[in-house]
Design a protein around this ligand. Structure first.
Ligand code: SF4
Length: 162
């Protein structure tokens, strides 16, 4: 099973979302995609590689010199999900023998950025998360709704509640 960065992100947001997305029940959030595209094309990101897709698994917002990965987010609402998505990308590239020195979570609207380095502890945690993700995706039925405030901004809101 291929585990994508989105799947790692959704694992931390909501396991039901992970399951629905992995079973091809997908509602693209066009506004968000357009918005991120605009941010990426702003001058501040210069001439670095943008929108880099590897193996249909890793979808990097930006990479500097094939060494520093940037993941760009609008808000810090679900920061662990963004952090582990970024670390998963670092881990995945490492497995491909691409030497990533650090990852950066960028919040352009907030004018904030945070740096991360992949540790041995992170690698072990990621391996465990990947096993958990596989187990959830293999389930025959979706996990229950979580009834959290984040549901209101989720693309699956109507699917889950209406
Ligand atoms: S609406 Fe809520 S329960 Fe449904 S997938 Fe989204 S986050 Fe999960």
């Amino acid at each position: 099973m291929k585990i994508t960065g989105n799947m790692v992100n959704y694992y931390f947001v909501c396991t039901r979302k992970l399951w629905l997305f992995s079973h091809q029940i997908q509602f693209e959030n066009e506004n968000e995609n357009v918005r991120l595209g605009k941010i990426l094309d702003e001058k501040s990101y210069g001439r670095n590689e943008k929108h880099v897709m590897l193996d249909n698994v890793v979808n990097l917002d930006m990479i500097e010199n094939w060494s520093v990965i940037h993941e760009i987010k609008k808000t810090r609402a679900i920061e662990p999900a963004a952090e582990w998505q970024l670390k998963y990308y670092m881990y995945y590239l490492e497995q491909k023998e691409i030497q990533v020195t650090k990852g950066i979570l960028d919040y352009p609207k907030l004018k904030q950025r945070f740096e991360y380095h992949l540790t041995e502890k992170d690698r072990k945690k990621l391996q465990s998360y990947m096993e958990n993700i596989k187990e959830i995706v293999r389930r025959k039925t979706a996990p229950k709704v979580i009834s959290q405030s984040i549901c209101k901004s989720c693309a699956y809101y109507e699917y889950c509640y209406v």
